[in-house]
Design a protein. Sequence first.
Length: 286
Amino acid sequence: MDTQKIKDFFRDLFTLRTVWIDRGQGQWTVKKRLHPLLRGILCTLALIASLTVYAAMKNEALPVPEPEPAIAKMIEPEKPVDVQTDTQTKPQNNNQPVVLPLKPIAMRREIMLPSEMNPDTDRIMIPVKKPEITIQHEEEKTRTFNMPDDGKYRIFVSKSEHKLWLLNGNEIVQEYPIATGKNPGDKQRIGDNRTPTGNFKIVSIENASKWSHDFRDGKGKIKGAYGPWFLRLDAKGWKGIGIHGTHDPDSRGTNATEGCIRLSNEDIDELKQYAYKNMQVIIREN
């Protein structure tokens, strides 16, 4: 089996996926989800652990330690017994401590495990009944797109927000942080380090895993500078403009490129699954 495919499989397996969930009436909630296979494994382990703990608790009793005889005499004075009522009365010496009988301590155990049955809390508690928990979600997204409701996938880029949205018709499928050209504004000439604005199309999807690039920063050619994929755009006369991965994911959220649009390698891998030739790409300043 190809070693690279195995590495890619495990990297994808343990990567958190950002998912936008439609709450209705134009409201969206972002969630971080594990890979479906990994969630299945964790749920299976959670079920096994739950059954094991429940069985152990059902048969387990907490023993109450008995005090040593010598210590018991020191801490617990003799109490007179009323013969007629056969009940204990208060000791006459008020300075003597009154030792109350110990009560067994109830066992409580909690197991914190991911659970698809509790997506809002991602926790289960056994056997204690879980109280209701209110989670403060991050601010709801209010961005809207005036796109035709044709069911086609398209890409929308905001240079000022450093974000790329994958849309299906007018609905958000995914949102990615990006890096754009070092200089703001529309592209004017070759080498001005600006990302062009306008309506474009993807003309080709190219394997860039073996590409390298010299950023003229004294470090020479950088292997993997374009990540695994390069989505080439028909940028109206400007050559070499595209959407691609990067060797420097920390540059996302900034103006850092020579004109292209950068995503992390994990994000370009995901976006590539939806990309196709002649796919519409809209790039705006805002």
